[in-house]
Structure formats: structure tokens, C-alpha cells
Design a protein around this ligand. Structure first.
Ligand SMILES: [Fe+2]
Ligand SMILES: [Fe+2]
Length: 399
């Protein structure tokens, strides 16, 4: 690995960037421990990491072979889901009228920072930035992050619609309809904030594209569910929470408060449905497959959301992609981000039966078992989550 990196430095800039990207793809695949999990994800890896369709295309068609399940009896069949459905109906909100869009947002204003300057380790950059450039860079990082939230929300919108068709519980279908509405509202809200307040939108990150492509095109409803409701949504819930604690910008803070409360319901629903399905309906072999798949997605998300699009825009040619990865991985803000995300995700995997002793060693090696003891989504109400976020000091501009 070290040798490959050294050799790469001898290449002309144009080829070096491509070679570094390819080596990174090979390393991503090299980490995968299960051939079957890799096999089902390989076409998506090709489309996302090799062809980079998310960046090159303005729109992408993804084929889905899932089954729509009709129920002509309409009986209420899952009281806890029914209860979530009632709560979801009562807690609907309209982004247009609930949020104060007249708020003046200026990403360059040092008094109201969107991200704390320690969010990425500015000391490790190859050039010294002045105060205005630092703010511009943080504006890029914030726009990048919120753009990925936006793309994730679009994935959630379609996945929620597919899952609503596929689940067998009537109460799950009714609940699912509210989630489709929620995700539509989230797309609207993040897009409006990015377009009208930050004035900058990044393309979908290649790794996020792979995950979305893999779960939208997989015909198995429970994998869509696992991918979207538990992994992407669980991590997003953590990421929204971390950003909520870090930002001082009032409109963004308020917007995240509303989104987090919706997302808490979504993850709760995911845990209810999958716990029932995985622990009671799947064979051991099928359960192991899901367990491996979830681990690969967790790794993809842990290692690879490193703001490469910001690197390419600002520092490509000045530092290697790997030096950037190291800098971002070790930054205070990013570390906090990762910790909050996995503190939400790992207990949910445990609760749905995907953290057997067989896989625990791998999570241990990846440094993720430390989070296994926390509360799962069925024991975390939106109020508890908000209370935790409001009462724990995070990386704020005042820090
Ligand atoms: Fe959402
Ligand atoms: Fe969601």
C-alpha cells in the first residue's frame, strides 16, 4: 500500500487523481468480508464507483423488481405500527409555513457560523487560509454535507414508497404512507435551504450512490428496509443530531429539529418491522446474509463519507487524496459526527437480530462495538432524542 502511494506521486497530476480514486475503490472492495454481500452490491459498485453515474448524469433510471403486496382484508394487524401511524398523522408540518424562511442566512458571517471552524482540521491543510477563505471552505463543507442529506432524502422517498407497497402488515402500509409524505417534505426543505440560503449544491457522493442504487434495485423488501430505514436513516438521524448541536445558524437548527422528530419515527418503524421479520421469519442463512450486508454498508458509511467533492474542488493537486482522508477522519467535528451516528445505529442492529456473536468480532475490529450497549429506536422517543441533544454540549461555535 505504502509503495503504491509512493509510486503514485511520480505520476503526472491528471493520471494521479484517477489512480488514487481507483486504488481507493480497490481498497473499499478489499475490506468486504463476505462474497455474497459483495456479489449483490457489485453492479451498484460498478455504476457508482467506476462509471460514476451519480456525477455524470442529470437523472438516473434504477430498475426495481420488488413485489407489491395487496391485502383485501384491511384488518388492523400491528398495534404498535398503528400507534405510530396515528402519531405521524398528528405531527405533520408544512415546511413552507412552519419554518421562518425570511431568516437572513449569511455563510460568511463569523458571528453566526454554520459549522465550527474545528469541524475539519485546518492546520493540516497544505496552504494557510486566511479568515475569509476559512469561512468559504466551511461553507463548501456545510453545503456538501447538506447536499448529501438531500440526496439521501430522495433515496428515502422512493424506498419508503417501495416498502409501502411490499410490506405485509396493513398497519405498516398506512404508516408507510405518512413516511412517504415526510420524506417528500424533507426533500423540499433541504433543497430550499441549499438553493436559497447556501446557494450551492453538490452532486451525490459516489458511495452514497452505491448504497442507494443497491437498495432501490434489490427486489427483497427487507433489504430495502434494512438499507434505508436502519442504515441510511439511522445514520442520518445521528448526523442530523450532530449538525443540530454544532450549528449556530437558527433556521438550520430549527429545520433539523423538525426533521429529526420525523426521522425518529421512521427508524422506530424500521426496527419494529425488521425485528419481527428477521427473528421470526428468516432462515439462519438468510439472516447471516443480512448481517454481512449491514456490516458492509456500515463500513462504506464509516470510511467513505470524506467530502471528496470538496477536496477535488479545493485541494486536488496540492495534497494526495489519502492525506485528505486522514485529515478529515481525524478532525474533531468528523469524529463527533461518526460517534453520534454509530451510537444510534449499532443498538438498532442488535435489536433486530443482526449483531450475533459471529459478526461482533468484525464490528469490534472496526472500532464500532463500543456503541452496542445503547438504547434502540423503540426505546427512544423524539422527545428523548431532542432532550439528549439539547442537554449534551457538542462542538459549537462557542467551544
Ligand atoms: Fe427523511
Ligand atoms: Fe426518513
Amino acid at each position: 500500500m505504502q509503495k503504491a502511494l509512493e509510486l503514485m506521486q511520480l505520476l503526472p497530476e491528471k493520471f494521479r487523481a484517477r489512480a488514487e480514486r481507483l486504488l481507493e475503490t480497490v481498497m473499499t472492495l478489499g475490506e468486504v468480508k463476505s462474497v455474497s454481500a459483495l456479489g449483490s452490491m457489485l453492479p451498484s459498485v460498478g455504476r457508482g464507483l467506476v462509471l460514476r453515474l451519480g456525477r455524470k448524469q442529470q437523472a438516473t433510471e434504477m430498475l426495481s423488481g420488488h413485489t407489491a403486496h395487496f391485502d383485501w382484508q384491511y384488518k388492523s394487524d400491528f398495534p404498535e405500527m398503528r400507534e405510530l401511524y396515528s402519531r405521524a398523522k398528528q405531527n405533520q408540518w408544512d415546511s413552507e409555513t412552519t419554518l421562518d424562511w425570511s431568516t437572513d442566512v449569511d455563510p460568511m458571517n463569523p458571528e453566526v457560523p454554520i459549522l465550527h471552524k474545528d469541524f475539519i482540521a485546518l492546520d493540516g491543510l497544505p496552504v494557510k487560509l486566511d479568515a475569509a477563505e476559512e469561512r468559504r471552505l466551511l461553507h463548501s463543507v456545510a453545503s456538501w454535507m447538506l447536499s448529501q442529506f438531500l440526496h439521501g432524502e430522495q433515496g428515502a422517498l422512493y424506498a419508503a414508497a417501495q416498502v409501502t407497497e411490499s410490506v405485509r402488515w396493513m398497519d405498516g402500509k398506512l404508516y408507510g404512507a405518512t413516511q412517504v409524505m415526510d420524506e417528500g417534505r424533507h426533500v423540499e426543505t433541504f433543497h430550499r435551504y441549499l438553493e436559497s440560503k447556501l446557494n450551492k449544491i453538490y452532486t451525490v457522493n459516489d458511495n452514497l450512490f452505491v448504497i442507494i442504487d443497491a437498495l432501490i434495485s434489490d427486489p427483497r423488501w427487507d433489504l430495502k428496509f434494512l438499507g434505508m430505514q436502519i442504515m441510511v436513516e439511522g445514520l442520518a438521524l445521528g448526523a442530523f443530531g450532530a449538525l443540530y448541536r454544532m450549528t449556530e445558524e437558527p433556521l438550520l437548527k430549527e429545520l433539523l429539529r423538525y426533521v429529526i422528530q420525523d426521522e425518529a419515527r421512521h427508524v422506530h418503524y424500521g426496527v419494529l418491522a425488521l425485528r419481527e421479520h428477521i427473528t421470526k421469519e428468516l432462515s439462519d442463512k438468510e439472516r447471516r446474509e443480512r448481517e454481512d450486508w449491514a456490516f458492509e454498508v456500515a463500513l462504506l458509511m464509516r470510511n467513505r463519507f470524506l467530502a471528496h467533492e470538496v477536496y477535488e474542488e479545493w485541494f486536488q493537486g496540492m495534497m494526495s487524496r489519502f492525506a485528505w482522508n486522514k485529515l478529515v477522519t481525524q478532525s474533531r467535528g468528523m469524529r463527533e459526527f461518526r460517534d453520534v451516528m454509530f451510537r444510534r445505529l449499532i443498538p438498532n442492529l442488535r435489536e433486530i437480530g443482526l449483531l450475533s456473536p459471529r459478526i461482533q468480532g468484525y464490528y469490534e475490529k472496526a472500532g464500532l462495538m463500543a456503541f452496542a450497549g445503547g438504547a434502540d429506536a423503540t426505546h427512544l422517543s423524539a422527545e428523548t432524542i431532542m432532550h439528549d441533544l439539547d442537554s449534551t454540549p457538542g462542538l459549537t461555535a462557542a467551544a
